[in-house]
Ligand binder design. Sequence first.
Ligand code: UDP
Ligand code: MG
Length: 307
Amino acid sequence: MKRVAIIIPCHNEEKNVPLIYSELQTIFAGLPNYSLIVWFINDGSVDRTLIEVENLQSKYSDIHYIDLSRSFGKEAAMYAGLVNADADLYAVMDADLQDPPSMLPEMLKNIEDGYDMVGAARVDRKGETKIRSFFSNMFYKIINKISETPIIPGARDFRIMTKQVVQSILSMTENTRFSKGIFGWVGFNAKYLPYTNVERKYGKTSWSFSNLLHYSIDGIVDFSDVPLEFVSWVGFASFVGSLLALVFIVIRALIYGDPTSGWPSMVSIFLMIGGLQLLAIGVLGRYIGRIFLEVKNRPIYIAKKIK
Ligand code: UDP
Ligand code: MG
């Protein structure tokens, strides 16, 4: 009998908590070789999520929960669950039933077949605005071009992992956790099962467009230093360009004299160079901001209660 710990980060999911637990129970009733352990991680919910979780936990012995001292974000909540759960296999899934529990048997079968990590990847983006899909596709294209870590388009955090994979993930103790990158970075034999997008059952997504934009920039900064290289090449190119222009202008002035003209073009050039410098400093700043956060070495999460 293998123990499967299912880690479920919950941020304002009062209606989904009982629902997902009963779905999991139904699925595991059909899996006699596996026993279910559910870990709800309450990530600073301001609704009745914690009450619902405590209520369930008092009734069923296969439920554990962690109540974080505030909202630390989904990444930190997942980490907290993986640190505290003890099992043979570990799964991460959303509380909102967007990660279909019905995929679990197929995932487990693939683990039996020798995969170390089996995840789910959306093949469509139904229920999402066109512009959001566009940016999302662009993000995957860019990050896969500039990062050596493979990041699977459409892959959810929803996945089952062996203990070995989880230990590798936990050995990455970075403070700003970009899971899409972390899952790829650790390697192992991974497989992604395709599925069509499911809409959230109750409540609403905690991700606004600007959240997602920040998240994707953070992901790029965390898993690639190509932006730094890029700005240094831009700097180099503009230096070479201006050197050539200088030689040309000096020679021209020697031959034809130097009538004072070209102020507007000069101002434009100053502005352009100033802009380039600010861009370069901005990119540098992103990385320095990351270093700042990491050197402080603050805990990834604080648990108020673990049960
Ligand atoms: N979540 C969390 N902390 C947050 C935001 C989200 O624990 O700050 C949880 C949330 O309760 C859900 C999962 O992470 O179980 C995915 O969140 P959501 O459905 O808002 O994201 P989406 O599916 O829209 O990407
Ligand atoms: Mg969701």
